[in-house]
Structures are given as structure tokens and as C-alpha cells.
Design a binder for this molecule. Structure first.
Ligand code: BF8
Ligand code: SF4
Length: 655
């Protein structure tokens, strides 16, 4: 069994790791212990792109390599370690960008169906955002109905995926200087699908064999993700389901209820889960639940579907990525409904040890051993009711082996980019000006986007929480998405009281004045596009330079594991942000490729990658970068206030 105490910083998680062991259930924590990473694959030096391989290219033996020695270190096709590492890296970007973007495509399709009245149960919830987007995209408003306008918007969004020429539309949202830079570097994305397909083409055996050129295409596809597919997902979801505004909720496995039907929604697309929220509130369903002996129906989420329905409905979060198996181990989950991404294939097997029904819903993501109830947008509510019914009917099958950890914590979520604007500036002068002013006067040192996954190769949630605490202690405002946001929420960092408890004096003062926590939840992983918009708004409000790369900001994914995280990191870097990853770095098999990502990218894009497994060190790398940018902006003096300690104060009093 995994040594439970070291596996997580969350007591409820530790408790359930122990319960899993005594129930004879294997989880990712045990599997990570039993299977060490392949040392050649881990550094990006293994290629299996053709049937002549797989080829493993070792690191050079000495510092100076003769041409003959270099010739020996190649794949059968002649590919070098550089080419192999770069190919592997950008295939990760392709995987991540594809996942986000296919999600965005799904939203666009539902959006059109809803606008045409072909998807009952869905309607336009944010008219203001719909009209703003119509203006932005040059779509006629006149006296047309919202639905007519929405059809045009949906079709224009859908066309972004298959666009063959020109530039993706949302690229124009970036600061002008950034757009120019992308054009100059030749990385302005054409269509979203096109850039991803081109990665697959170029990384086929014997095509692009210049690591710099390969990485350039990686950059282009990542921009197509962040400023394309992901942004389309966020924007259209907001119009359809409502733009989030601050909402109080709870997080951690303690949100499961012993006496209610527990349904967990897990995955990434809020399309179906939005209707499950409605179905669970249906009085008929609640009655049915009561007839089975339950007090009610309790919905909770895992992974980014959770973040989506938290942001818009305040549905509690059961936990992040590494808690999905443990949720089943509680024995109290009557159904777990999954859609796409980050879903462990072990779920149906674990469910068999308890009574949980695992229900897959996407034709793109079936799991052997799970029940499949396919999501059909034309009759979404019916499907949602069917799922809720399965859960209710399964409630009486709950055994006695039930243990719900008591851990749960309040959090405030729902900070869209628009809400931050409003909170800071007020309704009539909504702007990022107060944020910029507080950065300029030094109360806030800078802003850090801390995002990404869990990874069982490190202590669950520990790397996130230590890094974030260090950042806020040093007056860095932290904005978050994904599983990282949940880690911080569980640690109590997403309540306004956290400011006085954990933040530096300056940051705490601003948080208390505005009434916000020092760590801000901005949503799911596609909502990293909200972070791009927030950064752009900071540039546009003035006083902090004229590009994202001038801002005192940094990014991090402390416990990353997903290809999506690599794509996100790359579009942060391409947008001008210094971005540090922990756990492991996938290109260390080639010094040239790693140096290029860590150093030369800064010359090209003003942002660069870094790798640092220690969360405190990584936090200081970010702070140093923020200070470097403050200095370049000439606002470093503002922070050179002397902070008197007790001894100094006493001395002053004695004078
Ligand atoms: O898209 S943070 S583990 S759940 S990949 Fe997955 Fe990573 Fe969590 Fe959300 Ni993002
Ligand atoms: Fe080996 Fe080249 Fe085939 Fe890759 S593409 S498996 S390096 S022969």
C-alpha cells in the first residue's frame, strides 16, 4: 500500500487512501508507486512514430561530442535527440489543443442548435455578452432577435476551426503589439484544426527535422488553443449558460451526503451537466428520491465540469483529479456521470467494489464496464432525467461500507474577467484601473496565474498550496483555474478572510477594501482564456507597458500531468508570460531544445518556460521575474518601503 500520510496534504484524501487499501482497492496513488516513469520517455528521448522503432536516443556521454559520436545518437531514420524531443513536445501541444478545441467545437454546435430552437432546455442567458460579441465580429444586430444573431455567431465560431487562411478572429483581442509580434514571428494561427493537423504532419517520420521550426509550429497551435478553441468555449458557454459572478460554495469530499442521493459530475463539458443541475432540482425527481428513502438529491463535481457548474450555479466541488477514484471509495456515490477528459479508466472496476454506477455520456469517450447514456442535445433534459433516475434507483443498493470524510471548506468562486472588472471599478466605471494603480503603487507586487492538474508523482495538492501561499505572502495576487484552484480552495485560500491570514500587508489591504480573496477562482481549464483577457485588460488600462510581456505577471502549473497543461503553458509563454512547471520536464533529453524553450523563447516572445520542482524556489523565480518587470516599468521604487519589525519599532519609540 502507498504510504498514505505522504500522499496528500488533505486529511480526507489520506483517510480514503487508507480505506481503499483496507477494501483491497488499488488507486492511482498505488499505481504511481508500483510503476516508476520510463527514464527515456520521461525526458522526451523515445520515438515511436514509425515501425522501424521505437527508438531510444540517449543523452551525450561527454560535454564535447565528436561528429561521429553525434551520428551514433540517432533514431533508425536518422532523427536526432533534438528532433525527437521537439516532436514529442509539440505532439503534446497538439493533444492538449485538440482537447480544448474539440470542446469548443461541441459548444459551438450546441449553441447553433439552441439558437435554432432545436435544443429544448437551452437558451441565451447573457444577452449583453451576445451583443458585444456580435459587434466585435461585425454581425448585424439591427432589430434581429437574439436567436438570429446567435445563429450567425455560432456559425462564425464553428468556421474558426476549419479556417484555411488568414488569422483566427480572437487573435485581434490581444494587445496590438502582441499581434504584430505573432505576425512577425510567423505564428499567427490560421484555423484551429489546421494548426493541429500540421503538427501531426510535421512530426510524422521524415518531415520537419529542425527543432526550432517544429517548436514554432507548437507555438502557433497553442495560440490557436488559448486565443481560439478555448476562448470560443468560454465565450459561448457564458452566453448560453450565463457569465459567472461571485458565488459561495463548498469544496472537498465532505460535501457528499450520507442521507441523500449523491451524483458526481466529472469531466469537462458543461453541456449535459447544466441540464443535470436542472433535473436534480425537479420536484418529481426529489419526490422519487424520497420514495427510495433518501432525504434529497445532492450534486457535486470533480475536475473541470465541476468548475463549470460551480462557477455558474454554486454546485459544490467534491474534489480534484486525484480524488475521483477516492470519491467512489467513500461508498456513498450513487452515480458518477462522466463526459470527456481526465477520467480514469479504473473507475468502473472500482465502482464494482462498491455500488456506484459509472455513466459515460459522450460518443467520444466510452469506457468498458461503464453504462452509456448518450448525450443528445435535442433531448438533453430527458437524458439528464434518465441519469438522475439511475442514481436514485441505485441509492437503496448502497452498502454499509460507507465513509465520507468530514473535510469540507467554504470558497468563493465565479470570478469571470467581466466580474473582476466590475468588482474593481464598480458598475459605472468598470475597469482594471484600480488593479493597475495598486500594482503601480506597490501594494500588489504582481499577478500570478497558477493552474493545472494533480500528479501522483508528488504529494497531492502540496506543491500548489505551498507555492500559492508563498506568492500571496509576497503580495502577489493569484488567479486560478482547474484542479489547482480546487487545491487552493481546500486549503482555505479562496475566502476573503484568507487575505488577513496569509497575504502580505499590501495585498491584504487591497483584498479587504475590495472584498475579494487573495486567490481568485476563474474557472475551468478552457477558462484560462479568461486569464488572457484579464492580462489584456491590464495592458489596455494603461500604466503597465503596452504588451502582456511588459506586465509584472507570471504563470505556473505546479502539479501538471496533462497534455492540455503543456498547450496552456505554451500559449502563456507565446503571449509573453514567464511560466514555470514543476514535477517533471519532458524535453531534458535534448539540451538544445530545453535551452531554446527556457532561454531563447524569451527573445522571440517575451515569455519563456522554466522548470523547478521545489514550489518555494519556483515561487521566487516568479517573484524575481515580476520584480524584473517592475524595474523595467520604473515602478520598482514604490515597493522599497521599509517594513519595521518589532525591534526597529521599539528603537524608534525610545528616540
Ligand atoms: O482541464 S487541471 S487534471 S481536470 S487537465 Fe484535468 Fe489537469 Fe485537472 Fe481540467 Ni485541466
Ligand atoms: Fe525511430 Fe525515426 Fe521511426 Fe521515430 S520516426 S521510431 S526515430 S525510425
Amino acid at each position: 500500500m502507498a504510504d498514505a500520510e505522504n500522499k496528500s496534504i488533505d486529511q480526507g484524501t489520506i483517510e480514503l487512501i487508507k480505506k481503499a487499501a483496507s477494501d483491497g482497492v488499488n488507486t492511482a496513488f498505488d499505481r504511481a508507486e508500483a510503476m516508476k516513469p520510463c527514464p527515456i520517455g520521461a525526458v522526451g528521448s523515445c520515438c515511436k512514430h514509425c515501425g522501424m522503432g521505437p527508438c531510444r536516443v540517449p543523452l551525450p556521454k561527454g560535454k564535447e561530442e565528436t561528429p561521429e559520436e553525434k551520428l551514433n545518437r540517432r533514431g533508425i531514420c536518422g532523427a536526432t535527440a533534438e528532433t525527437i524531443a521537439a516532436r514529442n513536445f509539440i505532439r503534446m501541444i497538439a493533444g492538449g489543443a485538440a482537447a480544448h478545441s474539440d470542446h469548443g467545437r461541441g459548444v459551438a454546435e450546441l449553441f447553433i442548435a439552441a439558437a435554432k430552437g432545436e435544443a429544448p432546455g437551452y437558451q441565451i442567458r447573457d444577452e449583453q455578452k451576445l451583443l458585444a460579441l456580435a459587434l466585435e465580429w461585425g454581425i448585424e444586430i439591427g432589430d434581429r432577435s437574439n436567436e438570429e444573431i446567435a445563429v450567425d455567431i455560432g456559425e462564425k465560431a464553428l468556421a474558426e476551426f476549419g479556417r484555411q487562411e488568414g488569422e483566427i478572429l480572437f487573435m485581434r483581442r490581444a494587445p496590438l503589439k502582441r499581434q504584430e509580434l505573432w505576425r512577425q514571428q510567423g505564428v499567427a494561427p490560421r484555423g484551429i484544426d489546421r494548426e493541429i493537423v500540421e503538427i501531426m504532419h510535421r512530426t510524422h517520420m521524415g518531415v520537419d527535422q529542425d527543432y526550432e521550426n517544429l517548436l514554432k509550429q507548437g507555438v502557433r497551435a497553442s495560440i490557436a488553443d488559448g486565443w481560439g478553441g478555448s476562448m470560443i468555449a468560454t465565450e459561448l458557454q457564458d452566453i448560453l449558460f450565463g457569465t459567472p459572478s461571485p458565488v459561495l460554495s463548498q469544496v472537498n469530499l465532505g460535501v457528499l451526503k450520507e442521507d441523500e442521493v449523491n451524483i458526481i459530475i466529472h469531466g469537462h463539458e458543461p453541456l449535459l451537466s447544466e441540464t443535470i443541475v436542472a433535473a436534480a432540482l425537479d420536484p418529481q425527481m426529489v419526490e422519487l428520491a424520497k420514495s427510495k428513502g433518501a432525504k434529497g438529491i445532492n450534486l457535486a463535481g470533480i475536475c473541470c465540469t465541476a468548475n463549470e457548474i460551480l462557477m455558474r450555479h454554486g454546485v459544490p466541488l467534491a474534489g480534484n483529479f486525484l480524488q475521483q477514484e477516492l470519491a467512489l471509495v467513500t461508498g456513498a456515490v450513487d452515480a458518477m456521470v462522466v463526459d470527456v477528459q481526465c477520467i480514469m479508466e479504473s473507475l468502473p472496476d472500482i465502482a464494482q467494489c462498491y455500488h456506484t454506477k459509472i455513466i459515460t455520456t459522450s460518443p467520444k469517450a466510452k469506457i468498458r464496464g461503464a453504462d452509456h447514456i448518450e448525450f443528445d442535445e435535442h433531448k438533453a433534459l430527458e437524458g439528464a432525467r434518465e441519469i438522475v433516475k439511475v442514481a436514485i434507483e441505485n441509492f437503496p443498493n448502497r452498502g454499509s461500507n460507507v465513509k465520507i470524510p468530514k473535510e469540507q471548506q467554504d470558497l468563493i468562486a465565479g470570478f469571470s474577467h467581466e466580474t473582476i472588472n466590475y468588482l474593481l471599478g464598480g458598475l459605472f466605471r468598470a475597469s482594471y484601473r484600480p488593479l493597475n494603480d495598486n500594482i503601480i503603487n506597490g501594494r500588489i507586487r504582481g499577478v500570478a496565474g497558477v493552474v493545472g492538474c494533480n500528479n501522483p508523482r508528488v504529494t497531492h495538492d502540496d506543491v500548489h498550496v505551498r507555492m500559492i501561499k508563498e506568492l500571496i505572502k509576497n503580495d502577489v495576487l493569484v488567479i486560478q483555474t482547474g484542479c489547482s484552484a480546487m487545491a487552493a480552495a481546500k486549503a482555505g485560500l479562496m475566502v476573503p478572510e484568507a487575505a488577513a491570514k496569509y497575504a502580505g500587508e499590501g495585498l491584504a489591504e487591497v483584498c479587504e477594501t475590495v472584498g475579494i480573496p487573495p486567490v481568485i477562482h476563474m474557472g475551468s481549464c478552457v477558462d484560462n482564456s479568461r486569464i488572457l483577457m484579464a492580462a489584456t485588460a491590464m495592458v489596455k488600462d494603461g500604466g503597465l507597458g503596452d504588451d502582456i510581456s511588459d506586465l509584472p505577471v507570471a504563470g505556473a502549473a505546479p502539479e501538471w500531468m496533462s497534455e492540455k497543461a503543456i498547450s496552456i503553458g505554451q500559449y502563456f509563454v507565446a503571449s509573453g508570460v514567464f511560466t514555470v512547471f514543476s514535477v517533471t520536464w519532458p524535453t531534458t533529453g535534448s539540451k538544445e531544445v530545453t535551452d531554446f524553450l527556457f532561454k531563447e523563447m524569451e527573445d522571440k516572445y517575451g515569455g519563456m518556460w522554466a522548470f523547478e520542482p521545489d514550489p518555494i524556489e519556483a515561487a521566487y523565480m516568479m517573484i524575481e521575474h515580476i520584480d524584473k518587470k517592475r524595474k523595467a516599468l520604473g515602478i520598482d521604487k514604490a515597493r522599497e518601503r521599509v517594513l519595521y519589525d518589532m525591534a526597529m519599532r521599539r528603537e524608534l519609540e525610545e528616540v
